[in-house]
Design a protein around this ligand. Structure first.
Ligand code: HPA
Length: 272
């Protein structure tokens, strides 16, 4: 049987042999981010995920299963399509495997993107939220002993999981952004209005179904981590909202050009 560490090391070697040296920043794309992100890079090289043995492949609409390596300013940037989710039946180590391989390859900075439901009226659909922190209410932890690379449980301080220097640099170039707290639930059903009320009371600003497992794995592997949510809808019950996947994709597409600008600013703000 393969140890998770062997699968990760094998994938890191494959990335090196297909794409050469590691990029400065890797960006894990979420629902609706892929198309616009593409236009930011020049000199793009593509690598389909199907060419990478043991890389979990997505089963949800709106995710393109390939890696794209290109240049933005003076940085080499890897865009990772094809995120997988816990609600598709993947385990934490599988959610983390790609990010772990990308960090082992030598990538110092990981940016995680997602679509989220807004828990605050002052964050309307289309607005963007850099993470200040998260509340994990149902997503699996890749640092548990049966999910880690070495079979051990990793007790990690995550006070500054989302890199303060990265966020501060972003806020200098995009002062209109307000960081906030992301609540992670397993999905795939959206929340009940009662859950949404409770999440608001807990101090969360956005709710989604991804990102946290990858953030934990990337930090544990030694990378600097930042995450950015696009509010694609008001969470269930707020102003009578009844979220749907179609609405999520539609809103993401509508607000794509601002999202691409903020994405570029976030990549440029990555710690050097
Ligand atoms: N809830 C959970 N996840 C989401 C939502 C939501 O309202 N919108 C986009 N992802």
């Amino acid at each position: 049987m393969n140890l998770e560490a062997d699968l990760v090391a094998h994938l890191a070697d494959s990335l090196q042999s297909h794409l050469g040296s590691a990029p400065d920043v890797a960006v894990v794309l979420g629902s609706g981010w892929a198309e616009r992100a593409d236009s930011l890079l020049t000199g793009v090289e593509r690598l389909p995920l199907t060419g990478l043995e043991h890389w979990p492949l997505p089963r949800v609409e709106g995710h393109s299963p390939e890696l794209r390596l290109g240049t933005l300013g003076d940085q080499r940037v890897l865009l990772c399509g094809g995120r997988v989710h816990s609600y598709e039946g993947w385990e934490a180590c599988e959610l983390a495997r790609g990010v772990r391989a990308i960090v082992k390859w030598g990538t110092p900075s990981i940016l995680l993107l997602n679509a989220a439901g807004s828990l605050r009226e002052e964050r309307p659909p289309g607005s963007l939220m850099p993470f200040s922190d998260h509340i994990n209410l149902g997503l699996p932890n890749p640092l548990a002993s049966d999910q880690s690379e070495d079979g051990g449980a990793h007790f990690m301080d995550i006070v500054d999981l989302y890199e303060p220097t990265w966020r501060d640099a972003l806020l200098v170039s995009r002062p209109e952004l307000t960081p906030g707290v992301y609540a992670g639930l397993s999905g795939p059903s959206y929340e009940t209005p009662a859950e949404v009320f409770r999440l608001q009371q807990m101090g969360a600003d956005a709710v989604g179904m991804s990102t946290i497992p990858e953030a934990l794995a990337a930090k544990s592997a030694g990378a600097r981590v930042m995450a950015l949510s696009m509010m694609t809808n008001y969470a269930a019950g707020i102003g009578g909202s009844r979220p749907s996947h179609a609405e999520v994709l539609e809103t993401a597409a509508e607000h794509g050009s601002t999202a691409a600008e903020v994405l570029a600013a976030t990549i440029q703000a990555a710690p050097r």
